[in-house]
Ligand binder design. Sequence first.
Ligand code: ADP
Length: 452
Amino acid sequence: EDQSADIVVIGAGGAGMTAAIQAVQDGATNVVIVEKMPQTGGNTTRSTGGLNACETSYQAAEGIEDSVGLFVEDTMKGGKELNDRQLVTVMAENSAGAVDWVNEIGGDLSVVGQFAGASVMRIHRPSDTSAVGPMLVKALNAKVEALGIPVLLNTRADEILVDEKGAVSGVKVTGPSGAYTIGCRAVVLATGGFGANNEMVAEYKPELAGFGTTNQAGATGDGIAMAKAAGADFVDMDQIQTHPTVNPDTQTMYTEGVRGNGAILVNKEGKRFVSEMETRDVVSAAILEQTDGVCYMVFDQAVRDSLKAIESYISAGIVFESDTVEGLAEQIGVDPAALRETMDVYAGYAQAGVDGEFGRIDTSMGSDLTTPGFYACLCAPAVHHTMGGVRINASCEVIGAAGSVLPGLFAAGEVTGGVHGANRLGGNAVTDIVVFGRIAGSSAERYLLANG
Ligand code: ADP
């Protein structure tokens, strides 16, 4: 049976649900979300870190001095200057508003922490130290429901239809009842990345063939294929990020917050080998250079108590633990004297607030790692985020291969390229989806009004 809507949002992850809510908040009355999986949330549900934002009331309350300029520079540096500076600036300028918006719809981002690549404490997280993704998806789900926005689950978008003038006219989908068309005048493409599609990953970055991934099964790059067929242009498709601290057996990602709150990385020889707060590309490359291409992330009880996520790793059985450093070393097959030496030297650095070996940022040395028990997690890099994607402008309009806007087609989130350049900073994905999800929703509604 064919249907119609004003705006069809493809993908019910963070960017898609945000866009749908914002469009309705701006006055749209007939918005439909299609989601191919049996549930909403996408990779956003798996997001553990938080939302980077500058010049917020929460930073001010802690006396943290930050600015749009500093946020932009950190993000450009992290992305090796490959980022689209205009998009990065839009993200930074709207970041404080994104925190407020999430809190207004019932979310909780009120504690500020330190993440890699950030010059100051900038990542905003839930007050109960829990992971950001489930909190955000729960708030978005509730708001989508409260606003009465239909979410068609188990419904995959297959094709974006355009009319003879090249303007969006509908979406072909396959749902539980079979294939049908939803006629519409605007589409927000929010299908996420392609990290779970190793064939596609390897096509753009051959050295990642066979790598594991932190991504949910639906992150297969459908949106890239649909946008290509609709005539979109693409940027930075070969820029694919690995997350450095992923359990190689279970593919569980240990959030960067464990390091941000104090954990160190040691190799099989029991030695540190990099500043744990370097960007993900640098830490990943350093791990691959160690014996067997793996390392252990080591922390103490104080770090465990600072982060709820750690409890889930412990109950999953993927954390070694012992009352003593030597006992821990024996469990992981590292020379106890070597690990003892590393821990003693590091304790001195943490107490002095200066990492004499690798220059790790002092705000990430919250523990001197001397409080029993002691913990270790086996880590190796796995495919995490696809930085490249559909080319958009600052209004989230999709740019066609010929350089002009594709009328009625908008995109936001991981399906787009340009915001993160060659390397995404932890905490910037959630900023990306909230800031650009909102802009895409507003732009789609404005397009409808202008093209009455
Ligand atoms: P972002 O962080 O950009 O919001 P997510 O991974 O959180 O990305 O969400 C993207 C969502 O889009 C996922 O829930 C995914 O299952 C969904 N999706 C991907 N491809 C399609 C498709 N062809 N049709 C409908 N939904 C899709």
